[in-house]
Design a protein around this ligand. Structure first.
Ligand code: FMN
Length: 267
Protein backbone atom coordinates (compact mmCIF):
# COMPACT_ATOMS: atom_id res chain seq x y z
CA UNK A 1 0.00 0.00 0.00
CA UNK A 2 1.50 3.39 -1.01
CA UNK A 3 1.91 6.16 1.58
CA UNK A 4 -0.76 8.15 -0.25
CA UNK A 5 -3.41 5.42 0.02
CA UNK A 6 -2.49 4.78 3.66
CA UNK A 7 -2.90 8.49 4.47
CA UNK A 8 -6.38 8.67 2.83
CA UNK A 9 -7.39 5.46 4.62
CA UNK A 10 -6.34 6.89 8.01
CA UNK A 11 -8.11 10.19 7.29
CA UNK A 12 -11.37 8.37 6.43
CA UNK A 13 -11.02 6.31 9.59
CA UNK A 14 -10.53 9.49 11.65
CA UNK A 15 -13.67 11.11 10.15
CA UNK A 16 -15.75 7.97 10.85
CA UNK A 17 -14.39 7.85 14.42
CA UNK A 18 -15.27 11.55 14.91
CA UNK A 19 -18.82 11.02 13.67
CA UNK A 20 -19.53 7.94 15.74
CA UNK A 21 -17.55 8.65 18.91
CA UNK A 22 -17.80 12.43 19.29
CA UNK A 23 -20.46 13.99 17.08
CA UNK A 24 -23.42 11.61 17.19
CA UNK A 25 -23.43 11.09 20.97
CA UNK A 26 -23.67 14.90 21.30
CA UNK A 27 -26.60 14.93 18.93
CA UNK A 28 -24.84 16.64 16.02
CA UNK A 29 -27.06 16.20 13.01
CA UNK A 30 -28.25 17.84 9.83
CA UNK A 31 -31.78 19.22 9.94
CA UNK A 32 -34.14 19.02 6.97
CA UNK A 33 -32.62 22.30 5.78
CA UNK A 34 -29.08 21.12 6.39
CA UNK A 35 -28.13 23.20 9.45
CA UNK A 36 -25.86 21.54 12.00
CA UNK A 37 -27.25 21.49 15.48
CA UNK A 38 -25.73 19.90 18.56
CA UNK A 39 -27.71 18.46 21.45
CA UNK A 40 -30.91 19.99 19.99
CA UNK A 41 -29.35 23.47 20.00
CA UNK A 42 -28.46 25.71 17.06
CA UNK A 43 -24.94 26.89 17.85
CA UNK A 44 -25.00 30.54 16.79
CA UNK A 45 -21.88 32.06 15.22
CA UNK A 46 -19.92 33.80 17.98
CA UNK A 47 -20.64 37.54 18.27
CA UNK A 48 -18.11 39.87 16.68
CA UNK A 49 -18.13 43.34 15.09
CA UNK A 50 -19.68 43.03 11.63
CA UNK A 51 -20.86 46.56 10.81
CA UNK A 52 -18.88 49.66 9.97
CA UNK A 53 -21.52 52.30 10.62
CA UNK A 54 -20.85 54.84 13.37
CA UNK A 55 -23.23 54.88 16.33
CA UNK A 56 -24.25 58.46 15.43
CA UNK A 57 -25.17 57.53 11.85
CA UNK A 58 -27.00 54.43 13.09
CA UNK A 59 -29.12 56.58 15.41
CA UNK A 60 -29.77 59.01 12.56
CA UNK A 61 -30.89 56.23 10.20
CA UNK A 62 -32.95 54.17 12.67
CA UNK A 63 -36.60 54.07 11.64
CA UNK A 64 -39.47 51.69 12.19
CA UNK A 65 -39.50 49.56 9.03
CA UNK A 66 -42.66 47.64 8.17
CA UNK A 67 -42.05 46.51 4.59
CA UNK A 68 -39.51 43.89 3.67
CA UNK A 69 -38.18 42.41 0.44
CA UNK A 70 -38.80 38.82 1.53
CA UNK A 71 -35.06 38.04 1.54
CA UNK A 72 -33.85 35.95 4.49
CA UNK A 73 -31.72 37.18 7.37
CA UNK A 74 -28.19 35.88 7.54
CA UNK A 75 -27.61 33.62 10.60
CA UNK A 76 -24.38 35.39 11.56
CA UNK A 77 -26.17 38.76 11.58
CA UNK A 78 -29.17 37.42 13.45
CA UNK A 79 -26.71 36.06 16.03
CA UNK A 80 -25.20 39.55 16.46
CA UNK A 81 -28.69 41.08 16.85
CA UNK A 82 -29.61 38.54 19.56
CA UNK A 83 -26.34 39.11 21.37
CA UNK A 84 -26.85 42.90 21.20
CA UNK A 85 -30.41 42.43 22.43
CA UNK A 86 -29.64 40.50 25.60
CA UNK A 87 -26.30 38.73 25.28
CA UNK A 88 -23.53 38.58 27.86
CA UNK A 89 -21.03 41.45 27.64
CA UNK A 90 -19.25 41.11 31.02
CA UNK A 91 -18.50 37.43 31.49
CA UNK A 92 -16.95 37.76 34.98
CA UNK A 93 -20.12 39.31 36.42
CA UNK A 94 -22.61 37.86 33.94
CA UNK A 95 -23.77 41.35 32.96
CA UNK A 96 -25.62 41.84 29.69
CA UNK A 97 -25.88 44.22 26.75
CA UNK A 98 -28.64 46.24 28.48
CA UNK A 99 -28.85 47.74 31.96
CA UNK A 100 -31.07 45.79 34.35
CA UNK A 101 -32.45 46.91 37.73
CA UNK A 102 -30.40 45.02 40.32
CA UNK A 103 -29.01 42.90 37.46
CA UNK A 104 -32.13 40.74 37.80
CA UNK A 105 -32.45 40.15 34.01
CA UNK A 106 -36.17 39.41 33.80
CA UNK A 107 -36.37 39.11 30.00
CA UNK A 108 -36.57 36.04 27.78
CA UNK A 109 -36.29 36.04 23.99
CA UNK A 110 -38.13 33.78 21.58
CA UNK A 111 -37.35 33.85 17.87
CA UNK A 112 -40.08 33.03 15.35
CA UNK A 113 -38.35 31.88 12.17
CA UNK A 114 -40.33 31.60 8.94
CA UNK A 115 -39.74 29.11 6.13
CA UNK A 116 -36.52 30.10 4.32
CA UNK A 117 -36.29 32.99 6.79
CA UNK A 118 -32.71 32.53 8.02
CA UNK A 119 -29.85 31.67 5.73
CA UNK A 120 -27.19 29.66 7.54
CA UNK A 121 -24.87 28.99 4.60
CA UNK A 122 -25.08 28.90 0.84
CA UNK A 123 -28.57 27.55 0.12
CA UNK A 124 -28.91 26.25 3.67
CA UNK A 125 -31.78 27.54 5.79
CA UNK A 126 -32.65 27.21 9.45
CA UNK A 127 -35.70 25.02 10.00
CA UNK A 128 -38.81 27.18 10.43
CA UNK A 129 -39.99 27.18 14.01
CA UNK A 130 -40.06 28.94 17.34
CA UNK A 131 -36.71 29.00 19.13
CA UNK A 132 -35.66 30.29 22.53
CA UNK A 133 -32.42 32.24 22.88
CA UNK A 134 -30.01 31.14 25.60
CA UNK A 135 -27.67 34.12 26.13
CA UNK A 136 -25.13 32.13 28.16
CA UNK A 137 -24.50 29.43 25.58
CA UNK A 138 -25.45 31.79 22.74
CA UNK A 139 -27.63 29.10 21.19
CA UNK A 140 -31.18 28.83 19.86
CA UNK A 141 -33.18 25.98 21.35
CA UNK A 142 -36.10 24.69 19.29
CA UNK A 143 -39.43 25.08 21.11
CA UNK A 144 -41.75 24.06 18.26
CA UNK A 145 -41.34 23.30 14.57
CA UNK A 146 -43.26 24.99 11.78
CA UNK A 147 -43.90 28.42 10.33
CA UNK A 148 -45.94 30.33 12.95
CA UNK A 149 -45.75 33.81 11.41
CA UNK A 150 -49.36 33.87 10.25
CA UNK A 151 -50.60 32.84 13.71
CA UNK A 152 -48.34 35.40 15.34
CA UNK A 153 -49.70 38.14 13.06
CA UNK A 154 -53.25 37.12 13.98
CA UNK A 155 -52.32 37.47 17.65
CA UNK A 156 -50.94 40.93 16.79
CA UNK A 157 -54.21 42.33 15.44
CA UNK A 158 -53.35 41.19 11.89
CA UNK A 159 -50.41 43.58 11.55
CA UNK A 160 -49.03 42.46 8.15
CA UNK A 161 -45.36 43.11 8.96
CA UNK A 162 -45.50 40.41 11.61
CA UNK A 163 -46.51 37.85 8.97
CA UNK A 164 -44.21 39.15 6.21
CA UNK A 165 -40.96 39.52 8.15
CA UNK A 166 -38.70 36.46 7.82
CA UNK A 167 -38.00 36.60 11.56
CA UNK A 168 -39.61 38.09 14.65
CA UNK A 169 -37.99 38.35 18.05
CA UNK A 170 -40.66 38.07 20.76
CA UNK A 171 -39.61 39.57 24.08
CA UNK A 172 -41.12 38.16 27.26
CA UNK A 173 -40.73 39.22 30.88
CA UNK A 174 -40.65 37.05 33.96
CA UNK A 175 -41.74 39.89 36.26
CA UNK A 176 -41.16 37.93 39.44
CA UNK A 177 -37.37 38.07 39.02
CA UNK A 178 -37.53 41.86 39.46
CA UNK A 179 -40.65 42.33 41.63
CA UNK A 180 -39.26 39.97 44.26
CA UNK A 181 -36.70 42.71 45.00
CA UNK A 182 -38.47 45.89 43.92
CA UNK A 183 -42.17 45.05 44.30
CA UNK A 184 -44.73 47.00 42.26
CA UNK A 185 -42.11 49.51 41.07
CA UNK A 186 -40.35 46.62 39.33
CA UNK A 187 -43.56 45.70 37.48
CA UNK A 188 -44.68 49.13 36.32
CA UNK A 189 -41.30 50.78 35.81
CA UNK A 190 -38.13 48.70 35.87
CA UNK A 191 -39.12 45.78 33.66
CA UNK A 192 -40.80 47.92 30.93
CA UNK A 193 -37.76 50.25 30.98
CA UNK A 194 -35.45 47.29 30.42
CA UNK A 195 -37.58 46.11 27.49
CA UNK A 196 -37.08 49.57 25.97
CA UNK A 197 -33.31 49.28 26.28
CA UNK A 198 -33.40 45.91 24.56
CA UNK A 199 -35.69 47.17 21.81
CA UNK A 200 -33.38 50.09 21.02
CA UNK A 201 -30.37 47.78 20.80
CA UNK A 202 -32.23 45.61 18.31
CA UNK A 203 -33.23 48.66 16.26
CA UNK A 204 -29.68 50.03 16.18
CA UNK A 205 -27.85 46.82 15.35
CA UNK A 206 -30.46 45.88 12.75
CA UNK A 207 -30.01 49.31 11.15
CA UNK A 208 -26.21 49.08 11.18
CA UNK A 209 -26.41 45.66 9.51
CA UNK A 210 -28.72 46.86 6.72
CA UNK A 211 -31.89 45.35 8.17
CA UNK A 212 -35.07 47.04 9.33
CA UNK A 213 -37.42 46.32 12.20
CA UNK A 214 -40.34 47.70 14.16
CA UNK A 215 -41.31 47.19 17.78
CA UNK A 216 -44.89 45.96 18.07
CA UNK A 217 -46.71 46.45 21.35
CA UNK A 218 -50.28 45.88 20.16
CA UNK A 219 -51.27 42.22 20.54
CA UNK A 220 -53.38 39.81 22.57
CA UNK A 221 -51.09 38.60 25.35
CA UNK A 222 -52.69 35.18 25.77
CA UNK A 223 -52.61 34.45 22.05
CA UNK A 224 -48.95 35.43 21.71
CA UNK A 225 -48.08 33.15 24.64
CA UNK A 226 -49.93 30.27 22.99
CA UNK A 227 -48.39 30.76 19.56
CA UNK A 228 -44.88 30.89 20.95
CA UNK A 229 -45.35 28.17 23.55
CA UNK A 230 -44.18 30.44 26.38
CA UNK A 231 -44.13 29.46 30.05
CA UNK A 232 -46.96 30.48 32.43
CA UNK A 233 -44.71 33.00 34.19
CA UNK A 234 -43.58 34.65 30.92
CA UNK A 235 -45.54 37.73 29.75
CA UNK A 236 -45.15 39.09 26.20
CA UNK A 237 -43.82 42.66 25.96
CA UNK A 238 -42.75 43.25 22.36
CA UNK A 239 -42.88 41.50 19.01
CA UNK A 240 -40.02 42.75 16.83
CA UNK A 241 -40.32 41.74 13.17
CA UNK A 242 -37.00 42.08 11.31
CA UNK A 243 -36.29 41.90 7.60
CA UNK A 244 -34.45 43.42 4.68
CA UNK A 245 -36.10 46.84 4.10
CA UNK A 246 -38.12 47.11 0.88
CA UNK A 247 -37.03 50.74 0.68
CA UNK A 248 -33.91 52.37 2.04
CA UNK A 249 -34.68 55.21 4.39
CA UNK A 250 -32.21 58.07 4.24
CA UNK A 251 -31.75 61.27 6.24
CA UNK A 252 -28.51 63.25 6.37
CA UNK A 253 -27.01 65.24 9.22
CA UNK A 254 -27.42 68.26 6.95
CA UNK A 255 -31.21 67.67 7.00
CA UNK A 256 -31.08 67.66 10.79
CA UNK A 257 -28.93 70.82 10.91
CA UNK A 258 -31.40 72.57 8.62
CA UNK A 259 -34.26 71.58 10.94
CA UNK A 260 -32.40 72.80 14.06
CA UNK A 261 -31.28 76.07 12.46
CA UNK A 262 -34.76 76.80 11.17
CA UNK A 263 -36.22 76.10 14.65
CA UNK A 264 -33.67 78.50 16.17
CA UNK A 265 -34.55 81.20 13.64
CA UNK A 266 -38.17 81.09 14.78
CA UNK A 267 -37.21 82.30 18.30
C1 FMN B 1 -44.25 50.94 23.09
C2 FMN B 1 -44.36 51.00 21.60
C3 FMN B 1 -45.33 50.23 20.96
C4 FMN B 1 -45.41 50.23 19.57
N1 FMN B 1 -46.32 49.41 18.96
C5 FMN B 1 -46.38 49.37 17.61
C6 FMN B 1 -47.27 48.47 16.97
O1 FMN B 1 -48.03 47.73 17.60
N2 FMN B 1 -47.28 48.45 15.62
C7 FMN B 1 -46.45 49.25 14.86
O2 FMN B 1 -46.50 49.16 13.65
N3 FMN B 1 -45.58 50.11 15.45
C8 FMN B 1 -45.52 50.18 16.80
N4 FMN B 1 -44.61 51.03 17.41
C9 FMN B 1 -43.68 51.84 16.58
C10 FMN B 1 -44.10 53.33 16.50
O3 FMN B 1 -45.25 53.46 15.68
C11 FMN B 1 -42.93 54.14 15.90
O4 FMN B 1 -41.83 54.05 16.77
C12 FMN B 1 -43.30 55.62 15.72
O5 FMN B 1 -44.24 55.75 14.67
C13 FMN B 1 -42.09 56.51 15.39
O6 FMN B 1 -41.42 56.05 14.22
P1 FMN B 1 -39.89 55.62 14.25
O7 FMN B 1 -39.76 54.42 15.13
O8 FMN B 1 -39.54 55.33 12.81
O9 FMN B 1 -39.09 56.77 14.78
C14 FMN B 1 -44.53 51.04 18.80
C15 FMN B 1 -43.56 51.82 19.46
C16 FMN B 1 -43.46 51.79 20.83
C17 FMN B 1 -42.37 52.59 21.52
Amino acid sequence: MSKHILASFLLTLAIIAYLFIIAYPQGLRQTGYGVSIAGGEVLLPLPKPVSNMSIEETILLRRSIREYTGEPLDLERLAVILWAAYGVTEPRLGFRSVPSAGATYPLELYVVVGARGVLAGSGVFLDPGVYKYDPHKHVLRLVKSGDFREELARAALEQPWVEKAPVSIVVFAVFERTTRIYGERGRVRYVPMEVGHLGQNVYLVATALGYGCVVVGAFYDDQVKLVVGAGVDEEPMYIIPIGVPAQRHYTSFEDVWEYILSARSRN
